[in-house]
Design a protein around this ligand. Structure first.
Ligand SMILES: [Zn+2]
Ligand SMILES: [Zn+2]
Length: 314
């Protein structure tokens, strides 16, 4: 039974609506779809001189600042509001994420790496793909990425060696837009593996598919009350879905594994439409950064030395 250990609201009809005047309700109903369509249109029509990675990074940062403003204006839960302690942790992980990303892209961009990619992949192998309409290419890339991520994430919740690095992310006790970065660095590497290989796609389609991730996936951890349109929450992951995944109810956490496309969970029967306010493991015990770094290793060591029967380890 869902919600017997700690409260989880199940069913969209039971989720509170945005309170306030017509303008506020309009903004918080249409913000998410408007942003998605604006970003797709931007990358579709942008001239080549600005359609590049540095523009994407700039848009990403600007978008996050805007979302931080929305969290301030219309938080979903007052109990999730940023404290200095939470902000310091978030900034540490956002900085760490940028550093790792920079190192990886440096490595991929190196001459030796470019040569070996050229060796294994030929432009002709992807003609069937690069001949498709650009929006379809972008959607397929975003979908393939999310499909890989869905199974990696589900695997993390079902196999102890993968659960150890992921468990750290489940010790967060509130959601906000930077919380996606909080977790053990080993997990970032595993999620990278879930992408399922390297494809030599058209950069323009890559940029549009990145916009899907930014305009849909970023809302996963946001502390904003939206009136998501019915079609939006049917297709896309929302902070409501992801708060159920982070809840203190064990059964409820085994749901909503997708990053952007919640319909993948619907297909495989793992979707729960609902929301939760009380989050985290061990009744919401907060971890220090030091413990977040060491937890998977100390837990693995404990398990190895104690030799507990498997079913007691979770
Ligand atoms: Zn998870
Ligand atoms: Zn999360």
């Amino acid at each position: 039974m869902i919600g017997t250990q700690s409260p989880v609201t199940v069913g969209w009809e039971n989720i509170p609506k945005v309170e306030g005047g017509p303008v506020k309700r309009f903004v918080f109903t249409w913000f998410q779809p408007a942003m998605l369509f604006a970003m797709i249109a931007f990358w579709y029509y942008a001239p080549n001189s600005i359609a590049k990675a540095s523009t994407a990074v700039g848009i990403g940062i600007g978008f996050k600042v805007l979302l931080l403003g929305l969290e301030w204006v219309n938080p979903r839960y007052a109990s999730w509001r940023l404290t200095w302690k939470e902000l310091v942790t978030d900034l540490f992980y956002v900085g760490l994420g940028f550093t790792l990303l920079h190192m990886v892209s440096h490595f991929i961009g190196s001459d030796a790496m470019a040569k070996s990619i050229e060796h294994y992949f030929h432009q002709d192998d992807f003609l069937w793909f690069t001949g498709l309409p650009i929006l379809l290419q972008a959607f397929l890339m975003a979908f393939i990425f999310d499909f890989g991520q869905y199974w990696m994430h589900r695997g993390m919740h079902n196999w102890y060696p993968l659960w150890l690095p992921h468990s750290v992310h489940h010790y967060i006790t509130q959601l906000n837009i930077n919380k996606g970065a909080v977790g053990n660095p080993v997990e970032l590497f595993l999620i990278g593996l879930g992408i399922g290989g390297f494809f030599d796609f058209l950069p323009r389609a890559v940029l549009i598919s990145g916009a899907f991730g930014l305009a849909i996936g970023t809302y996963q951890h946001i502390n904003v009350r939206f009136n998501s349109p019915r079609w939006w929450r049917f297709l896309f992951n929302t902070t409501e879905h992801h708060s159920v995944h982070h809840s203190r109810d064990f059964e409820a956490t085994r749901s909503n594994f997708a990053g952007s496309f919640i319909f993948i969970d619907r297909i495989f029967g793992t979707c729960i439409d609902g929301e939760a306010e009380l989050l985290g493991m061990e009744g919401g015990r907060r971890m220090s950064i030091r413990e977040q770094m060491t937890h998977p290793f100390t837990e693995a060591w404990k398990t190895l030395t104690e030799r507990l029967p498997l079913e007691q380890r979770f």
